[in-house]
Design a protein around this ligand. Sequence first.
Ligand code: CA
Length: 269
Amino acid sequence: MLRFSSVARSHVGLVRENNEDAGFSGPYLQLVADGVGGCAAGEVASATAAYVVSALTMMDRSPHLLELLDRAVETVQSQLRAGVTAEARRAGMGTTLTAILTDQDRFAMVHVGDSRAYLLRDGDLVQLTHDHTLVQHWVDAGQLTAAEARTHPRRSVVLKALDGTHDVEANLVMLDLEPGDRLLLCSDGLTDYAPPAAVHAALRVPDKDEAVARLVDAALRGGGRDNVTCLLADVEDGPVLCRDGRLVGALADPHLVVDPAAVHVPHPA
Ligand code: CA
């Protein structure tokens, strides 16, 4: 049975006071969410998204992984709406979401925003996600090179995020993963500050704890002006494990989740 062997680390960075990233890393789910919003609402958005998706995918054993993730996104949206209704000062909060789920056989990914997932296979690094950003839009249109996008002053403009207000079409795709594959999920606090060569070199370090430490260190050495969250997951074949996981960043504070009691799997009729 396929599963993840993973480590996760979230660092507030060198400049910010709050960590608006949240993550969940377990044997069957890897997830990163990067929140935005004033008055500590970014943490609420990312922690709520991370809680909703991790809780629902642990409770719901539907074999239809993409539908399950799609329903989870809808619940994130309704919980963010409820969060703004409960406290108007949270208006405008939103979050990215990048998550990879496995049913122990197949793998599905949901993606909204500018957090990223990468696959390291046989030494080659492939980006699995496509940034929903203005600069990526310009790269796709041939108006900017990827190298120019990395340093463009408007690189932080995100075109899609979960905010409970706007209808967002999340990218939902199945992934063809196999034992020996290594995944990196990260917030833009890594990719904006760590040089790509340093990321690639860190990912090739066999020990995952050491690799993640090097990733975070590379972001901090590059300026660390944003929160940085990295999840490293090796796909492996082995016995079924308890559905559990490590909570990092804003998700480590359960008080930030809008309404955990409202998140449940409907009983079948
Ligand atoms: Ca960020």
